[in-house]
Design a protein around this ligand. Structure first.
Ligand code: ATR
Length: 274
């Protein structure tokens, strides 16, 4: 039996076990996917305890993505660029390999829910300047976006993230969001506003072109107020659940040696578990 899992704190609401176990069952594979909740301040000890042992790999979620990269012995370029890992593989020789499939998940969600979208067609706007925003910005830069505009409540953090992107990076304060949104090919909400009670993102999407594709990384609820506004304006939207599923697929292949079976409708399953 191949064992894999997800580590997060909290981890109780993670949908990853639902996705992976449904794929395992549909594929008829001898594997299992479990959830771990290591202490928030000691991921290193947890991961080191798994070296060379029974577990093939782990997905890593908040707040451990940076610690996961730090504990690894080698990392893929995309994990290095994101300065975070969402996937660890425990090799037979006791070493740990870190990877990051969040960028693939983000672009895969766009490809699936906004067919024909081309990141090269115009500026991409990222709202937020935390880890999630940094990963999204790197993915769109890699996909050929001519400009990546970072909009953040704290301008200094936007400037830092934009600076790391080189010539394609631009920084904007939240009150300059109309300027950032004008001409945008895509807008991604990567802030944690709305995750916490009362936190509301003070951005209007009215300044976006009709063809802009709007995405929210938050998937609880599936249609966030941000996506609801986008839909009311007639914009195409991409949701965070699709990104979750699309980042899980390459993880599944890394753990179990084959891509997930197409036959399993994991999106419906996940929606029921939300
Ligand atoms: P993560 O690593 O998950 O991306 P983070 O590093 O805590 O999370 O970043 C959260 C992001 O959401 C930040 O960009 C934060 O803005 P600040 O840098 O100004 O703190 C943004 N954010 C959180 N609540 C917000 C709110 N109510 N309005 C606007 N932005 C908000």
């Amino acid at each position: 039996t191949v064992v894999a899992g997800v580590a997060g704190n909290p981890v109780r609401h993670s949908l990853s076990p639902v996705l992976h176990n449904a794929w395992l069952e549909a594929a008829g594979l001898d594997g299992v996917y479990v959830a771990f909740c290591p202490p928030a301040d000691n991921f290193e000890r947890f991961a080191n305890g798994l070296r060379g042992g029974a577990i093939r790999g782990l997905n890593v979620t908040l707040p451990f993505k940076e610690a996961a990269l730090a504990v690894s012995d080698r990392a893929t370029p995309r994990a290095e660029t994101a300065e975070a890992a969402n996937l660890l593989l425990f090799e037979a020789d006791g070493t740990i390999t870190a990877d990051n499939t969040d960028g693939l998940g983000l672009l895969g969600a766009f490809a699936h829910q906004a067919p024909g979208f081309d990141a090269r067609s115009g500026p991409v706007v990222i709202l937020g300047a935390g880890g999630a925003a940094r990963g999204a910005a790197a993915a769109f830069k890699e996909a050929g976006a001519p400009q990546v505009r970072i909009v953040n409540r704290t301008l200094a953090k936007a400037e830092f993230v934009a600076g790391a992107l080189g010539v394609v990076g631009r920084a904007y304060a939240l009150d300059a969001s109309d300027e950032a949104l004008s001409g945008a090919a895509a807008v991604v909400n990567a802030t944690s506003a709305g995750l916490t009670n009362g936190g509301r993102l003070d951005v209007s999407l009215k300044a976006t072109p009709e063809a802009a594709v709007i995405m929210d990384m938050v998937y609880q609820p599936l249609i966030t107020p941000f996506l609801a506004e986008a839909q009311a304006l007639g914009r195409r939207t991409v949701d965070g659940l699709e990104m979750l599923i699309r980042q899980a697929a390459p993880s599944f292949e890394a753990f179990f040696g084959r891509p997930p079976p197409e036959s399993a409708d994991v999106r419906s399953l996940a929606l029921r578990a939300l």
